[in-house]
Each structure stands twice: as C-alpha cells, then as structure tokens.
Design a protein. Structure first.
Lengths: 288, 582, 582, 288
C-alpha cells in the first residue's frame, strides 16, 4: 500500500504564525514518513508543550501531546510497550534542551530506537518570547531585557558526548535536506537526533531565515567523515560565520530494545495477561 | 502476650546479619504452621548502624509485631544495653558472653541470661566466626520449642544457592547451638503449637508484586527509593521468568511519564516510589488524568517531611496524593491494610486504572511494605478487566466520547482507523485541542464544561466498585476505633487485649479511600457511641478527609509521628483514657 | 449596569492590537478619574486567535468586569459576528465598514451601528493601515464622553518610546476618529463623570511586584508560564533600577531550589509559576519546610487539569498547594482578593516567610493577576520583619532550638561562630542528622517527636498574624455568599445588583487561607441564615477545607470550571434560586 | 589567620562504611580548603542525597544538605545571593549525573563560580546498590540482575560540551592529586568540576581500588594541553586499559556572577530592603 502525503496529513490546520519555521518541519516530516511507506496506524508522534509541540495534531497518525519537557520518557514508554510502533518524538528547544535536558541525554545513552526532531528556534515561542537554552549570549528577550548572559547549550556536542547514534541538524529553509535527514533518522536503528533551525518569525529577530541562509553550509558538500567522532566534535563546535548542517555522526550499535530480555518474546502489548498455573505454583514455592 | 504467642527480637549492627538471621527464624516458624508477623527497625546508613528485628509467632492469627518480646538475641553490645531491659518475663537473653557483657542487673524479673559460645561454635565448625548468628538461632529454636529439622530446612532455603557444603556447615552450627541451649535450660513454656502445616510467609510489597503479576503487569518503571526499592528488586529478579520489563529510570519524572506512555500504548504498567519521589510525579499525575491514560502508582510512605527518616514509617502522604496536580480530575486511592490486601489491591488497581482510565494509587508504607506475615495462598485466577476498548476501523471514532458513565472507548496505537491524539490541553470528544483558536468562544466554553463533567462522572461510576469501610468486632461497642491502611494491625491486636479489660470496642477500617463510600462511612460513624481515630501522622490527614466528606468530627484522636509503627498497647491505653473520660 | 457605569469590549485577532488599544482606553479612563476594571480573553496561540478585552469604567468603585457591555469595537469580522449580539442598549458597534460587514439584524434593540472609516483615516494620516485601531479609539472616546486631550496623553504614554513623531501621528488619527464620531452621533448618555483626578491603574500581578519590591525582594527565580510570566517580565524590566536579580532557570525544580538556596544565604527571594510548574516544586516545598528556610511562591492558577486551558482562569490549585509534599510541616497560604490586596500579600509574604521560616504561598489566578484595576496609591513604607536572627559568635548555637513559639534563631553563612548544616533529613536542635546511626533509638525517637512538634507549633504562633474572613455588607442578611480570593470581584458586584431585588445578602470573604482562623470562620458561618459558596473549581476545594475545619456544610454551592471568571449576574441568579427554594 | 585542618573538620564522625572512597574525598577537601586559607564561616558546602551527600556534616562550615539531585540550583541560589561566599557543591553520581543531570549541564554553561565535587562510585550506595548512570554496561546490580544494558554517561565529555571552564577527574586512591585538583577548582574563577572515582566497597565489586589502580594514569605526566578542547575530548573518551585522571581542560571566561547586573552593587544580602522615597515615586509614575 502506497501511503500518500495527504493520507498522513490531518485536517487540522496548523495554528502557527504565518512564516513560522515549523511549517517546513511539518512538511519535511510528512515527506519523510511517506518515503518510508510507513502505515500511519503504526506511527506515534509524541511531543511536549510549546508552539512546536502542537505538531502531532497535524498528522493523521497516533499521537501523544504530553507535558512540557517529558517527551522522551513518554516516547520511551511507548517504544518499550510496543517496539512494532515507529515513534517520532518532537518539540521545541525549551522543551527538549531546557526543562527536558536530563531525559534527552539519558535517552541518547540508552540508544532507544526512535527519531527526535527538535524545532530549535532559539526562543520560547508559546510563552511569548523568553530566552531559551539555545538563545545566543547577548540576546534581548522578555526575560533578558539587557541581553542574555548565558552561553547556549550545544545540542550536537551534547549528543555526541551522550552517545547518540545518529546526529544531524537541518534548517527549515531547506526542507529537502531536512526530509532526507528525518528519513535517515527513521531508517536508522537507534536514537536519531534531528535538530532543526526553525525561525520564530514573531519573537526571534536575530536567528532569522536570512541569518541562517548566510551562514549554513552542508556537511555532505564537504569532506566530512560521519563515522569520525572527533571530526564530528569539531564540526559541532563550529559557529559564527559558517554553521554546518547535515549529518554529523552515525554509528551502529545495539538498541535498548534489542538488549532488553523482556522484549525477546515480542512486544509487551502482545503478551498474555496474568499468570499460568505453572508460574503461579513456582511463585508460591518461593514463599514456603 | 497470651500463651501460644511469642515474640523474639534480634539486634546488632548493620552488617551483622540481623536480617538473614531473623528471616531464617521467621521461615522456620511459618513452616511450623505458626502465624508470623514481623517488624524490622533499621537506619539510613549502610554499615554500623543499629538494626533490630522483631518476629512474633503465634498459634492464632495475629496482626502486629506485638507489644512485648520474650527472647532477645543480642549480636552486639548495644543491643544488650538497649533492648535487654525491655524484655518480658518469662524470657531470656541469648548472647555470646565471650564477646559481650550482659549486665544482669538490667534484666527484668523472670528474664534470664542464656549465654551461648556462638563464636567458638562457629570457629570450631567452620574455622570462621561468620556463622555465630546461626549458633544463636539454634539456641533460640530450642528455647521456643521449634523442631531442629524445620530449622535445618529453613537454613537450606536461605543458603541453598551457596552450595550444599555451606548449608551443611550451617546446619551443624545450628545444631550445636540447639544442643548447648538444651543442656542449659528446658524450653520455655510458651505453649506454641507447631503443627507442621506450613504457611506462606511474605512481605506486603512481595504480596503486592504477586498481585501485580496476577493482574498482568507488563512494565515496571521505577527510580530507587526506600521503601519502594524492594518492589523493583523483586520485579527485576523475576523479570525474565515472568516477562516483565523493569526499567530503572533517571528520575521519578521519567518513571511516571514512561508508565503513561506504556499504558497509552496498551501495556499494563506501574511505578512505585515513596513521598519524595512521588512529589516529582505530581505533574504527570494530572497528565494521566487529562489524557485519560491508566497508571498504577504505588506510594510507599515513609517519615517526612522531605528526606525525613528514610527508614521509618508514617502515614503522612495521603494529603499529597489526594491533592496532587492542578485542577480536578478523577483519581482512585487504595490503602491496603495487610500483606494479603496488598495482593488484591495490586490486581484491582490495574482493573480500575483501565476501567476508569485514570491514575490509581496504592498507598502503602514502610511498615506494611516490609513486614512479613504468614498468609493464605492467594488465588491466582484474578479477573482481568480492560475496560472499554474500541473496535478496529470504526468510522468517526471519538476517543473522548461523552458517555453517561464518563468512560470513553480507548484505542491503541497500531489499531487501524482509530488514530487520535491524546492531549494534555483541554480537547473535544475527538481529542482536538480547544485551548488555542477555540478557547473562550461560547461553543467551546461549553465543550470544556461538558468534557470536565464527563471526566468527573467516572468517579461516580467507579464508586460502585469501591469497598465501604469494614467494621470488625462487635456491632455494638463502647468505642469504635477508626483507622486506615496499615494501622489495622495494631488496632486488631488492641481489640484482643481490650477484650480482657471489660471494654467492648470495634474497629472501623478504611482501605478504599477514594472515591469514598461516604454513605456507609457516615452511617458507621453515626452508629458509633464513641469514636477514636488512630493514624500515623501529625495533622490527622484522613481525619480531615472524613470530616470534609461526612461532616462528622471524630471524638478522639491518637496520632503518631515518631517513625515507629503503632503498638497495640498504645491504642489500648488511649481507649481506656477515652472511656474513662466519659 | 447603572448610570455612570459603562463597559466596552474590543475584539479582534491576536496581533490586531486589541490589547494595546484597550490599554490606552483604560489608561484614559483612569486618568479621567474613573474607576476601571478589565478582563481580557485570549487564547493559547500566538497569532490569529480570537482576543477580546472588556474595560469597565464607572463613577463609583466597581470590582468585576461587569455583566454587560454597551460599546463594541470590532477589529475583525469574527468579533462582529460573535460579540455584537451580546451588547446592551443603549449602545453601539464601532467598526470599519470598508473592511467588515456588520449584520444589523443581529443587533439587540437600542444598539446602533457606528461605522468609522478607520483604515482610510490611518492611511490618510500615516500612509499605513497600522493605526486603524487608534481611529476607532478616537470614536470610542467621543461616544463615552472622554476628553480628547486625555486620550492624547494616554497615547503619548503608550507610544512615547517610539518617538514624538509616532505619537503625533497617533494623536492625529485619534482626533480624526473622534471628529468622525462626533459628526455621526452625540455622546451616549452614560453619565460617566470624568473628574480629572487621575487614578493609578495596575494589574494584580503588577501590584504584587510592587509589593514585593516594597517588601525587599532581592531575587526572583522563575521559569516562564502563563499567567505568571508577567511577573518575571516586569521584574526583569525593573531589575537594574531596583537591584533585583532575575534568574530564568532551566525548569521549576531549579527555580524553587534556587529560591531556597538564596533565602538560606539571607536574600529575600521568591518564585512565581502556575499549577503545572508548581507541581514540579512540590518536593522542594517540603525541603523548605524541613530546613525551615523561608520561601515565597506565587502560584497563579489557570485552568487544569494538566495543560488544560493555559490562557483561562480557575481556582483549582488550592488542594494541590495545601497537600503539597510528603509529611506534615507548616505552610502559609494567602489568597488576595484584589489587585490592592496583591500588594499587601506580597510584602506580608516575605515577613511571614522569615518570621515563621517556612514556605508562604500567594495564590492568585489568571483573572486576578492580569485584570487591571484602578487602585489607591500604595503605602511604600511597609514593615520589614526578618524574624529571629542569631547574634554572631554565640556559643553553643542551636539553629533548630526548641522554643515555645516553634521559631528558632536563624544564622546566615558568613556569620562568625554560627556554622551549622541545614538538612532535609530529620535532625536535632543543632542540625545533626538523626536519620542514620541514631534512628529508632529510644532517645532519638523522642527527639523526632519534639522536633516535629516544634515545627508545627509555628503554625499556631503564625495564626495570630492571619486575618479572619471579612464580612462585607449588612450583618443581618437573608443570604451569606462565601468566597475566597479573586471571586470577591463578582460577589461584591452581585451584592450591588441584589440590593435592587429585595434580597439582602452579604459576602464572607476568605483571603488568609492557612493557617485558617477557624473560630472566626465558624462563628461567621453559624451566624449566617443561609449560605452559598461560590468558587471557581469543580469539586469545591475550599468548601471541602472549610467543612474539614469547621464541620459546617454550606447550604449551597455555585461552581464554575469553564475557564471564564464569574459574572455578577450568575451569582445573582443563583442567590435568587437559593432563596426562592426556601 | 591560618586555618588548620582540625578547625575545618567537624566533630561528627562519618558514617560511611570502612574503606569507602568518600573518606579520601573528605580528607582531600579538608586539605584543599586549608590550602586556600579560607575562613570556614565563608564556606558553604551543599549536597543532595546519598552516602556521599552526607559530606557537609563532616566539615565545620556552613552547609546545606538538600534533596536528591538538586544540589546545583541550591548552590546557585547561595552564590547569587552572596558571591562573597565560597561554595562547594558535592554529592554522588546518581545525584549529579542521574536525577540532577539537567541542572548539572545548565550550571556549567552558565559558568557559575563554584566547585562541584562528584563522588563517583558507579553505583547507588545509600539505596543499597542499584545501577547508576555511570555503571558500566553489563554490570550486575540489584536493579540489573542480568547486567545493565545501558551505556554509562561520560561526565568529562558532557562537561566539555556544556562549556564548563575547569574540568578534572581524581581518584580516591590518590588523595594528594585530588587535593590539588580541588584546590585548583577553588582557586579557579568559574565552574570547576572535580569528578572522583570513589570506590563503594560494599556494593560495587567491579570498580574497586585495584580496578582503578591498574588503569589510571595522570594527565600531567603526559603531554596533555589543558587548553586544547579537542585533545580534551579525546582524553575524555579514553576508557578501558588506560583511564586518565587529572586536569582535562581549563579556560578563562566570564562568570555568571560577573555578568549579572544586579550584583554590580555587591552581594544581594548586603543591599537595603524595601524602596527609597524616590524609587517609590518613580514606580508610581509608571501607573499613572
Ligand atoms: C512545567 C511547565 N512549565 C512551563 C510551562 C509553560 N510553557 C509552555 S511552552 C513553554 C516553552 C516553549 O518553548 P519551546 O519548547 O522552545 O517551544 P516553542 O514554543 O518555541 O516552539 C513553556 C515554558 C509549561 N507548560 N509547563
Ligand atoms: C526524589 C528522590 N528519589 C529517590 C531518593 C532515594 N535515594 C537516596 S540516595 C539515592 C541515590 C544515591 O546514589 P548516589 O547519588 O550515587 O550517592 P551514593 O550513595 O552512591 O554516594 C537515591 C535514589 C531520594 N532521596 N529522593
Ligand atoms: S511564536 Fe514563533 S514559534 Fe510560535 S508559531 Fe509563531 S513564529 Fe512559530
Ligand atoms: S555503601 Fe558504598 S558509598 Fe555508601 S558508605 Fe558504604 S562504601 Fe561508601
Ligand atoms: Mg523554542
Ligand atoms: Mg553513587
């Protein structure tokens, strides 16, 4: 069965501001899902809270639109209960790299098999424009009227040091590359990060489309070895005049789901409930 | 204590093997067909702290650890100094006088010194001092009149996985201790009647784990925290054989959200924690409420506030659990009274969680969770009720359909044609948000009201499955003692004692706390001639709830917040005071 | 509404400038010496959602936004369609008929269409359509009888920082709108009496910020969350001038723990959040309780459960705040009723927090926090009470000394000779842990009890500083309407309306919620002939608390949980129903 | 005034198991504090919950023994309220790298001026031996009876990617080097991490003293450039036969406290409370 984009797209119209970078991400996601020919009934899109986190409503798949910062554990719970499902986790930079940072790193080191798309607009959009963990130093926002005095997090470097097995960055201004990166993430076995520069046209007057257009270049256009950890670190720390997008790093390693003994019999949701007679008797013996 | 009812206490430093020694004795008693209850007191320190373990064995069913103890095994000097003066006669102190000095002057009348050269025996048999506890155990077996063979069997059970040789050595050491004691003193006349019909011995939390397995638990996500860690350990040890996925998460926030994700996907999943950990689950509790996702949460209370006394018991988290998370949504709270009831609470919790698609709490505590008690073999054929589930491919599926019961049909990812988004924002029947471009518009103001009422109706429906409080003892009584959860143990034993004082009392016991069967509660309270509320916290958290729901102020209150469980005699004393005051 | 009391409503899409338009009007009314109250309805979406803003101006003090409105400015078609039918006569709809169609058929009798070529005026004056709102504002000023000069002044205040030229253009546009309206229609006979004595206009949360500054706040740690974010924004904007350190943290867990650290070090520090964020502070609330560290927490309620309706109002978090964190410890809960009282609550909160060394909550809500109201100039000379503080170098200092009041002397890092460890484990008077090698030993079981009682005694001491409920209106009344916090607004206005119906009613208003002045509460309730509890949540969270404390069940309840604030007429209708039912 | 070790040492005897690595850390800390000649009344030691987190009780300074995982925000609050105080934050691997991971990384990117000593025993000690975030893959613990299936976090690599300005690792078996590292941290202006291998003799039978003795070598003995970020990453990822200890990386950059405008007038705790007449009048004007 060929799955067309219109099948995966829901009737609910996105409520993002006109021009918001998140539109590009939605489109790229739809394209990537279509490219994998995944049946949408087997897809679950999980998010936190933020403008970006409304995304699940715009796909006709299963979705869980949870609470702020907890997208990783919810997504993990779904994967562990039923690894037959494909899980896309998504949300904003505040959601994933701010309040959710701990879960993010722990999920990566465990190498759960899911794809995490972060709509990184370097700002808190839904709460009307405060500094986010990726806001640049000096940035003026509602919460930093004299300029932020914090260095931003570096999601790519963190992902490298946390052991994620597929680490990439896209840009809403280049939906084609982004679709490829997301598709790559979906096909990758293990934790796939797709960090996306997604301009907030309403609250971020610094990191705009032109800002990125002037600076981004594609890793695939240079001689970058995606299996070289140190090279990836070097690229991850590049910022300023030239900012790399594309695939930074990829490695094959066992996923959590593969190594979890309880999943060796298949998805938990397909196991019988309760105890067999023999099991019950064996248990009773322990207490005699 | 009456005849046929003996408590012993073993004390020593953490690392001295107090727990394993006590466990072997408790198993031996259970295997002898006696009724056993235990209480272990330990500290939040890994080595060197003071630990003591009380084990009560009786011919008849008992509930609490008992007020008094007749025999003491002192494995260190501190135990002899602190506990020997507390003994009841007739009784004795088993100790190794090569290693410690028992000041006989501190012994109550009728309590004897019963020295055993435990270290010497251990050295003699095994060349190491390690088995000295077992020598004292042998002596103990003699003094209470246990069969040496049963003790051997219990040692084999305990040390079996260390190999036959170790078991043999232990048996020999035990026998030497037994023989030494036999030469020294004839068995006490405690009138215990070992009858050979072995009983099952388990802790409250072990029983809860069994109930969860019987109820179809598939995933346990937890972050370590006393006294809930034992649940994770037990589950992890049984994970492979019973197909349970045990996930230790990075924190409690993750555990609760993970459980919600797993339940959303269709797996019966639970978490367990104590108060401080549950505090981190408060936000996600509301998420379960709003998305109508089942979730089972074991909240094993310990002494607060904050880190408090991590190894001590209290009933101080009811108010937190009751009020947890912003706004109103249905939640169910079960507070099992006994290890037996922990079993039932666990499988019921899963059924209730899936039937009413809401968070279900099992409120235990350190005392109940860790006490061992002999129980009747549980019935493993428990009903599995998964609640309303939609059929594949239904047209126009509405996940949050407004129904009379408040319950709407669930769908699981992977089901064809039922795709929906579960959302923490307020939503309509289909699950679409009404918080953004619809908020505040007259039509959706109304939708909000109806969704809220739909969800809250589930509580009314669930009420039918909740159990009213149980009245134990005579219908007519001078005094009705009211309690909830684990305090049952001391209350029931107190009733036994009161029988001998001419006071007639009964016990009104609450265990399905929310939604509360208010009518029955009110009727029972109104029928009481005098009431005494006994609970383990400072402010009377359940007392407050009862009064809010029934309007009835209970006459008297006995509260404890020192970290120790209730002792029957404390309740007896208070009951006498109350009735004297009339 | 009576004469001299006019409400207008401005509606449009998010991004249309509804808020700034309303703000200029509200300022103009305040500057004209009128009493102003406002309510803004908006959605959880950044652009394109529907926003409307109601501004009531009156000659006499009013509390709520009012039930009806007489003039509507429709900035988009949706506003005309949805709101025009709701207008009261005499009144009118100000709209640009070049841009939208007003269907006059939907207008109530006595309500007129008042078209203004707003876009044309803006284009004409500035070459851009941006100032069309201001043209409608000019028209509005004419219709209600405001002085054009005052409107100009308000525009200058609003747009001053954009430069003189912009201000001038705005003034011209406003004037053109004014003149257009003047030609079309004479002012309505609303009998507003501008008197030139300007009033201060501020929101509940602005007032709270002022009170915090007056009370010596030095640090504000917060994570953004509607409707508490405004506090952070205001504080950040004023941080440099007023020496306040504003820290946006990575989450609410950090914010609360940071506030505890800062208070421990001696700085008055607070946090502000809404329900979902507070849920993440629950564990640390107990930490403040146990370590006896002051902490001020503004909990600005919005619609739950979970994410709920983030831009809508509710009084649904009382139960969470009341029960937050495991175990029992003293906490203080203030629920200001009005913007004026927010000011007082803020400085009192710091004094109470330091006097009783415990967490102090200020429970506001979206409605109260964001409503603007004209207020009397606050008194900035507020008392600063830092509570018991130890002198440097005292020998044998005991941080947690057991005292009659329960309060022990604090010491701050940097003070010589007073070093101590604040610990979340139970501790003795010196602050040494009793949870490890001392736990369970008889002496320390007793220490625990005494420490617990010491802490809890602070609540009894604090009770003296808590204010009893206020009875507003006649002492003798057919009906006593009971409310807490922000619901005062609608209740007070309802009393005004009831005066005209022959029903005598009074208002019993709770604002210092915990510790509760139970005696006064009970007396007031017992004195009432009939009671009606009005609160903004589903289960009656305060009702439950009142009943638990007083045992009195209120006769009737009016509850709202649709996200909208109470309107006076809803209460009037319920009051009539209650009294008819007698 | 010369401050002697016995002055800084409290009368409370540590309750750690005999042989616990934390003893070495306590001693090294006492030595480092003494070396800086800090008056203990100006020192605050902050911790979370765990065996390790009991440490504040064993110093005669101010201390705050908070809740599990929240040592960073409490320490930050103290620093921001009164930067005249020296703050040592401490606790276990579970406390700092598990439940507290998000705070840890955010504190580093902000470069608060404090020293964070992590007693890393690769296990949860106080809760009687479950896997910790630094437990090695395959490790058998109470919570992982069939061996952990997670890759551990790499605190040094994370600290590098988060922007900490002083990053070091010690070993309880080498208290002298450790004291030097802690002293360096105390003297460093900015966030100083001292991760310490601190064997748990009771529950961790893998990462024992001999385990580390066989493997550790000192960075100062090799030609390691502590100002070279990529070199530091390379060392951070070294594990197995040879494990580096010592100073990985150091850089000078502005601290948060230096950049915070509200602190330009001095510590908050030394500012007058309330408003002056002029301030009050200025405020009132805003609302007219
Ligand atoms: C616990 C909690 N705290 C705060 C909020 C308020 N909140 C909603 S969205 C958001 C941040 C949005 O920023 P981001 O995640 O970057 O998403 P964006 O809107 O920029 O796409 C916050 C702080 C919340 N919903 N829950
Ligand atoms: C919120 C919360 N969850 C769980 C606990 C239980 N707990 C106490 S210490 C600890 C972990 C200890 O490990 P670590 O931080 O590595 O310290 P160690 O004991 O190994 O020194 C845990 C999980 C707690 N106190 N609070
Ligand atoms: S506020 Fe920013 S992030 Fe949110 S929808 Fe608008 S443009 Fe997008
Ligand atoms: S359990 Fe381990 S970490 Fe804790 S005190 Fe003992 S040796 Fe140290
Ligand atoms: Mg963002
Ligand atoms: Mg550890």
């Amino acid at each position: 069965m060929a799955v067309e984009v219109h099948v995966i797209k829901s009737d609910t119209k996105p409520t993002w501001c006109p021009g918001c970078g998140d539109f590009g991400i939605l489109n790229a996601t739809l394209k990537a899902v279509q490219a994998t020919q995944l049946d949408p009934k087997d897809l679950v899109v999980v998010s936190g809270i933020g403008c970006s986190s409304n995304l699940p409503h715009f796909l006709r798949s299963y979705g869980f639109h949870g609470i702020h910062g907890r997208v990783m554990p919810v997504a993990t719970g779904i994967r562990l209960a039923n690894p037959d499902l494909t899980v896309i986790a998504t949300g904003g930079d505040g959601d994933g790299y701010g309040i959710g940072l701990g879960h993010f790193i722990h999920a990566m080191r465990r190498n759960f098999d899911l794809t995490y798309i972060v709509m990184n607009n370097e700002i808190y959009g839904l709460t009307t424009g405060q500094a986010s963990p990726t806001s640049e130093k000096g940035m003026v926002t509602k919460s930093t009227p004299w300029g932020s005095i914090e260095w931003p997090v570096n999601p790519i470097a963190l992902a490298l040091s946390a052991g994620a097995s597929y680490i990439s960055r896209g840009f809403s201004g280049d939906p084609k590359q982004m679709a490829t990166l997301i598709e790559g993430g979906l096909r990758h076995k293990g934790f796939a990060l797709v960090d996306v520069f997604s301009p907030c046209v309403t609250y971020n007057k610094v990191n705009t489309y032109p800002f990125f257009r002037e600076r981004v270049y594609k890793l695939e256009d240079e001689d970058h070895d995606t299996s070289d950890l140190l090279a990836a670190y070097e690229k991850a720390h590049e910022w300023g005049e030239r900012i790399p997008i594309g695939l930074f790093y990829r490695v094959d390693k066992a996923t959590y789901e593969e190594e979890e003994p309880a999943l060796s019999r298949g998805p938990l949701v397909k196991q019988p409930l309760g105890l067999s007679q023999e099991q019950a008797e064996a248990l009773i013996q322990e207490f005699r | 204590m009456p005849e046929g009812d003996v408590a012993i206490r073993i004390g020593g430093a953490a690392g001295d093997g107090v727990t394993s020694t006590g466990e072997v004795y408790a198993i031996a008693c259970a295997r002898s067909g006696l009724h056993v209850t235990t209480y272990e007191s330990y500290q939040s320190v890994i080595r060197g702290g003071h630990v003591w373990f009380q084990i009560r064995a009786a011919n008849e069913k008992r509930y609490s650890q008992g007020d008094t103890f007749q025999l003491l095994i002192g494995l260190d000097q501190q135990t002899l100094d602190v506990h020997a003066p507390l003994l009841s006669a007739p009784g004795g102190v088993i100790h190794d006088n090569d290693r410690h000095d028992l000041d006989e002057g501190i012994l109550p009348e009728g309590v004897q010194s019963l020295p055993v050269p435990a270290q010497a025996i251990s050295m003699d048999v095994s060349g190491k001092p390690l088995m000295q506890n077992v020598a004292t155990l042998g002596a103990l077996a003699h003094h209470v009149g246990l069969d040496l063979k049963v003790l051997h069997g219990s040692l084999a059970k305990m040390f079996g996985r260390k190999g036959e040789e170790i078991v043999k050595l232990n048996e020999t050491v035990a026998e030497r201790g037994y023989r030494h004691a036999a030469k020294q003193h004839k068995p006490f006349e405690f009138a215990l009647r070992p009858n050979g019909e072995g009983r099952l011995l388990m802790s409250g939390h072990e029983s809860l784990c069994l109930g969860a397995l019987a109820g179809g638990v598939k995933l346990v996500a937890q972050y370590p925290m006393t006294p809930a860690s034992g649940i994770m350990h037990w589950m992890a040890a049984h994970a492979k054989d019973y197909g349970v996925l045990v996930k230790q998460t990075e924190d409690e926030l993750a555990a609760m959200n993970l459980v919600i994700g797993a339940n959303f996907a269709g797996a019966r999943a639970m978490t367990a924690t104590s108060g401080g950990g549950y505090a981190l689950m408060v936000e996600a509790t509301g998420l379960a409420g709003m998305t109508e996702t089942p979730a089972v949460i074991v909240e094993a209370q310990r002494v607060g506030p904050s880190t408090g006394l991590p190894t001590k018991t209290e009933q101080g988290d009811l108010q937190m659990v009751f009020g947890a998370s912003q706004g109103d949504f249905p939640r169910i709270i079960l507070a099992p009274r006994s290890p037996e009831e922990c079993y039932e609470a666990a499988w019921r919790a899963f059924n209730l969680a899936e039937s009413y698609q809401c968070p279900v709490f099992i409120l235990t505590d350190l005392y109940l969770g860790e006490m061992w008690r002999t129980v009747e073999p549980p019935d493993f054929q428990v009903p599995i009720i998964r609640g309303l589930v939609a059929e594949d491919g239904g047209e126009g599926y509405r996940r949050y359909e407004i129904t009379e019961s408040g319950v709407s049909p669930r769908a699981f990812p992977g089901q064809a044609g039922l795709m929906f988004i579960a959302g923490s924002d307020e939503h309509d029947e289909k699950g679409e948000l009404i918080s953004d471009i619809r908020a505040g518009l007259p039509e959706y103001v109304d939708t909000r009201t109806r969704m809220m009422e739909k969800r809250m109706r589930k509580l009314e429906t669930a009420l039918n499955e909740m159990k009213p409080p149980e009245l134990w003892g005579p219908e007519d009584a001078d005094l009705t003692i009211v309690s909830w959860g684990s305090t049952q143990a001391a209350v029931r034993d107190a009733l036994e004692i009161l029988k001998g004082t001419g006071i007639t009392a009964n016990s009104l016991e609450f265990f399905d706390l929310w939604p509360l069967r208010v009518d029955e509660a009110r009727r029972a309270l109104e029928a009481a001639s005098e009431t005494l509320m006994v609970e383990g916290n400072y402010t009377g958290q359940f007392h407050r709830l009862l009064r809010a729901e029934t309007g009835i102020a209970l006459g008297h209150a006995l509260r404890k917040y020192d970290g120790e469980p209730f002792y029957p005699r404390e309740i007896v004393a208070k009951a006498e005071e109350v009735l004297r005051g009339r």
